[in-house]
Design a protein around this ligand. Sequence first.
Ligand code: ACO
Length: 337
Amino acid sequence: MNSAELSVFIRAIGVHAPERKLTNAELSLMVETSDDWIKSRSGISERRIAGPGENPSDMGAKAAAKALERAGLKAEDIDLLIVATMTPDVPFPSTACLLQAKLGLRRDIPCFDISAACSGFVYALQVGTDMMRSGAYRHVLVIGAEKLSSVVDWQDRTTCVLFGDGAGAAILEATNVKRVGILGNVLGADGTNAELLHCVAGGSASPASAETLRDGKHFLRMNGKEVFRLAVRVMAESCERVLAKCGVDSDQVAWFIPHQANIRIVEAVANQLNVGMERFPFNLDRYGNTSAASIPLALEEAWRDGKIKHGDLVLLVAFGAGLTWGATLLRWHEPTL
Ligand code: ACO
């Protein structure tokens, strides 16, 4: 069989979130805000915060270990590792290489990071799927792992209430069964809007210095209103495009799993698509926006809760800094059924 015709599906998924919960009530002691404001403007009640020494590679390793256990696979079965993160442990080497060592993956496999912010998991899923279709890999591990708490300005109430930490991992496998797993995708980016959500220092253009530290230039900065507006438009369009590409009607989709940024964004997208909110499972209230980890965290929870079943059509849709966006349509496949 031509390997380009192989179906690639998520064989198993695992997640990890730090123990520490930061509630809105606690945040209201740190900045001028309130539980009511945060909940009504974003839908978030609490978020998880990583402790010292609890880095994206540590959280990613725990999520991956869970996925490997659920798949009944061993570390040596993984042929390729892709990590999506906007908060790598260190500027280099990649978090993927650090994770390769932590997980004890084979020493000869390719490992690399993808930088697409909140769209990272959807990007990584597609890159992994396409590389599998080359026929060279049997099991691809895709991880979204983030420690947003390390780039958030805890004195900026317009951003610090929104973000959280966590990780999710998916193991991709190929099968000869037709029309299952990842059916299609769309990815996109618009770098002309880069400054809507960015961090200006810490890279080679503006290396860390006393001045950059003093001016808080290592923190994430965001134009929330504009990001909100573009997020709704691009997420709805991405859903429509991937559905058209796959010849599927939105009525046939059992579950929409959007990037968990703001419940009002999700409501607006659902409204544009004319789809009821009951088909948009979310856990934003308990995790906040965990960027590349948010879709696997929400997908795993919907699967673990028994919502997502064998044969269901599931649409993942993301939007993030870059600006970047993407949507993936998949048919959930449980090979033992
Ligand atoms: N507590 C209390 N008041 C606040 C807070 C806060 N935490 N934050 C802002 N305010 C104030 C503002 O100062 C403003 O006051 P003013 O009217 O006196 O000027 C007022 O509340 C309203 O502020 P807005 O910005 O208009 O509030 P809005 O309804 O737009 O909500 C929010 C702000 C939640 C940030 C929203 O715009 C949003 O969710 N944007 C999208 C953000 C997002 O999804 N980012 C992630 C992208 S993905 C990635 O790649 C990481």
